[in-house]
Design a protein around this ligand. Sequence first.
Ligand SMILES: Cc1cc2nc3c(=O)[nH]c(=O)nc-3n(C[C@H](O)[C@H](O)[C@H](O)COP(=O)(O)OP(=O)(O)OC[C@H]3O[C@@H](n4cnc5c(N)ncnc54)[C@H](O)[C@@H]3O)c2cc1C
Length: 381
Amino acid sequence: MSRQSETALIIGAGLQGCSIALFLARAGWNVTLLDKNVAGRHASSVNAGGLRMLMRDWREYPLSQRAMEHWVHLDRLVGEKAADACEVRLGVSQIGLALDEAEMSWAVGRAEDMKKRGLGEEELLSREDVRTLLPGVSENALGGLISRRDGHANPAAATRAFREAAVAAGARIVENCRVLGLERVRGGGWRAETSFGQHEGGVLINCGGAWGARVAAMAGQTLPLKTVAPSMMVTARTQPFLTPVVIGIDRPLSFKQSAVGSLVIGGGILGKPCPDQDTSFTVMDRMPQSAAATLEAFPALAHVPVLRTWTGLEGATPDGIPVIGPGQGTPDLWHVFGFCGHGFQLSPAVGEAVAKSLVSGTLEATLAPFDCGRFASRVAA
Ligand SMILES: Cc1cc2nc3c(=O)[nH]c(=O)nc-3n(C[C@H](O)[C@H](O)[C@H](O)COP(=O)(O)OP(=O)(O)OC[C@H]3O[C@@H](n4cnc5c(N)ncnc54)[C@H](O)[C@@H]3O)c2cc1C
């Protein structure tokens, strides 16, 4: 049965919070988002902008496929002008590069497994294929996997676009508003005690990102989450030579060339997370690992100057996929966090599926794998 005109209190105005707010507000809900900093200040704006289905955990695939449809038609969600600013480039493809026999044999197995599951977006690439697609690739490259629909977008612009669309749809965002405690309201719903007064909502949605488990604990729920700080670096501009995004199979590599020619390099090298100070730092002696992985794939880049590095705070669950769904025994408290470094691509589909589930009162099938109940959870009375 439809539950129109409900109220939702969302903690965290990153991309997930803003996307859920957008879909809920459009469904007629009264939505308030609270953020301890500025909306979009954390992972959502500083990520690599990868729109990747390639090598995803197959449990995320249906949600990821739906998200791609939204990225293709982003103007329908955020308007034409904002969608243009998001610089969505799909169809440039992402390639998982095999640089040794073990990685190549993993790629062969993965392609077979995806075919068996009926998830046919990934194709195997031969040695010759990667040489054609990736000029300058190392002599050691043996082949790989390609997902041709994949691409990238501008994360800061996308976060701004979802935020503005949510506000235009009627959502209210309260910034510099740190949630300090949560309690149930007599008669239903939740009250948040914050650095900026009290706020209430019939449904509480925890989109706290790297702080998601702390927010859950305020409501008496225990969920496992590690705080990590993925690092990125960007180089000086070089001659355009690369269209696809290249990622490592068993190496810390994620590599693309921007429209102006600079190389944007990530891939899982971690910095130092400082969630209590709302920040994180690049760790100097780990960055050479990231550079070495890039040079293994493209040796000719050895002399390209690195201009800057940065990190962002992200939450990682023990099984590598997020929690998205009601807490155990609390249909009016949802947790949506722990995206493990790949939540940017999923965000439009997350917003849609969470909002549809709340409006209809029935969990969307695409969310079934992300049930919080897969982790031992303790719910206070
Ligand atoms: C360097 C880096 C590169 C990445 N690259 C990619 C990529 O290429 N592709 C991809 O798909 N994903 C990528 N990701 C992952 C992606 O950025 C995240 O999964 C996604 O942004 C998570 O969105 P979020 O809204 O859950 O989190 P966030 O953007 O972190 O938002 C959470 C918000 O909750 C707020 N909050 C927390 N606690 C409280 C409280 N007590 N009171 C009030 N507010 C609170 C925070 O201030 C924050 O604004 C990357 C991440 C990083 C860090």
